[in-house]
Design a protein around this ligand. Structure first.
Ligand code: NDP
Length: 333
């Protein structure tokens, strides 16, 4: 093979905000598959907020990426060659080791994708890990009841957009929080949420209170920070918070001073963190349910595709700043 393998490595661990300096691009020869492996040509790379955690050495539920290793991420790829015979050249698969043009991966870890069932990129977003996260978070953790007020932050994003749509189907009154007029318009008009409040507005806490006249029964937490602070006093007695993530704080060197968690006790709130990988059966379940809704036109999604693997670091850092609009994916041209 004449082509080279562009790979994006973790050059150094950030203390505080990650910058382009913490990544390094290298060109190498494509790998040769070892026994049991297939050679993949990556087509799409998923960019997800959790990757910021993998860049740091802090103790977490998953091991960090080692300095000098290729960045971790899911990838939609096509099989270039498979000496095991399990896949044909050109087959679409979902794999890992995404921040590179080629990889050799054990065939046992690859999930075959059917491009006729749904666009292959949906395996990275609406029907993949983020969509499944929304499915678990809403149906198992948040569990809104009909008529309850359900608020979700990062509402135009990969997880939040699906979470709000599921809560709506469960009969909740759904209020999104998103950054800027256009994202809020999308959330309201295209995703069908009842309201969406712009967290960049100077009077955001007042606007949120006005959008939730009966308080908040369920909060699906995706961002933390100032949004969480505004949500907290509006939580109703016996309210629930599904702690999914706090992306607003991932670039901070020190954790921000938190809200008054004494209210968790006083109002009998239930807080429960969760990690989607603890619900392995949900991936298949959501792919089937979400796939059906997608085919019926009942599930909307939005993707934000950046072309060129060399742009992955900047695209990733931009996502952490909110520059993505929908599920950010890199098309490896
Ligand atoms: P998104 O597609 O929603 O992209 C991130 C969004 O976060 C940005 O577009 C931006 O939207 C919002 N954001 C960033 N900074 C701020 C800020 N300071 N204040 C308010 N909003 C901010 O990402 P995902 O849908 O992939 O992830 C959403 C959350 O879910 C993350 O916290 C992630 O870590 C978590 N997650 C958790 C999983 C689990 O298993 N627990 C699995 C997958 C994701 P806006 O401009 O609208 O503010």
């Amino acid at each position: 093979m004449n082509e080279t393998n562009l790979r994006i490595l973790l050059r150094a661990r950030p203390e505080g905000a990650a910058t382009a300096e913490h990544f390094q691009a290298v060109e190498e020869a494509p790998p040769s598959p070892r026994p049991g492996e297939a050679l993949l040509r990556h087509r799409f790379l998923s960019l997800d907020p959790y990757m910021r955690g993998r860049m740091s050495g802090a103790k977490s539920y998953a091991a960090p990426v080692a300095v000098g290793d290729v960045m971790e991420g899911q990838s939609v790829a096509q099989v270039a060659e498979d000496p095991t015979g399990r896949f044909k050249p050109g087959d679409w698969v979902l794999g890992g080791k995404g921040w590179q043009r080629f990889s050799a991966q054990p065939v046992s870890g690859l999930v075959k994708l059917d491009p006729d069932a749904a666009p292959v990129t949906t395996a990275l977003g609406v029907l993949g890990m983020p969509g499944t996260t929304a499915w678990v978070g809403v149906t198992e953790i948040a569990v809104p009841k009909p008529g309850e007020t359900f608020v979700v932050s990062a509402a135009s994003g990969a997880v939040g957009s699906v979470a709000g749509q599921i809560a709506k189907r469960m009969g909740a009154r759904v209020v999104g929080v998103a950054g800027g007029f256009e994202k809020c318009r999308f959330v309201r008009d295209e995703l069908g949420f009842d309201e969406c409040v712009d967290h960049r507005a100077a009077d955001f806490p007042d606007l949120l209170a006005a959008a939730c006249p009966r308080g908040i029964d369920v909060y699906f937490e995706n961002v933390g920070g100032a949004v969480q602070k505004a949500v907290w006093p509006l939580l109703n007695q016996f309210g629930r918070v599904a702690f999914c993530g706090m992306v607003a704080e991932y670039q901070n060197a020190e954790p921000a001073p938190g809200p008054n968690l004494a209210q968790v006790v006083r109002k009998s709130l239930r807080l429960r963190g969760f990690i989607v990988s603890q619900h392995p059966a949900a991936f298949t379940e959501w792919r089937s349910t979400g796939g059906r809704w997608l085919r019926e036109g009942a599930l909307r999604y939005r993707e934000d595709v950046v072309k060129g693997l060399d742009r992955a670091p900047e695209a990733f850092l931009g996502m952490l700043r909110g520059e993505n609009f929908g599920k950010r994916i890199v098309e490896i041209t």
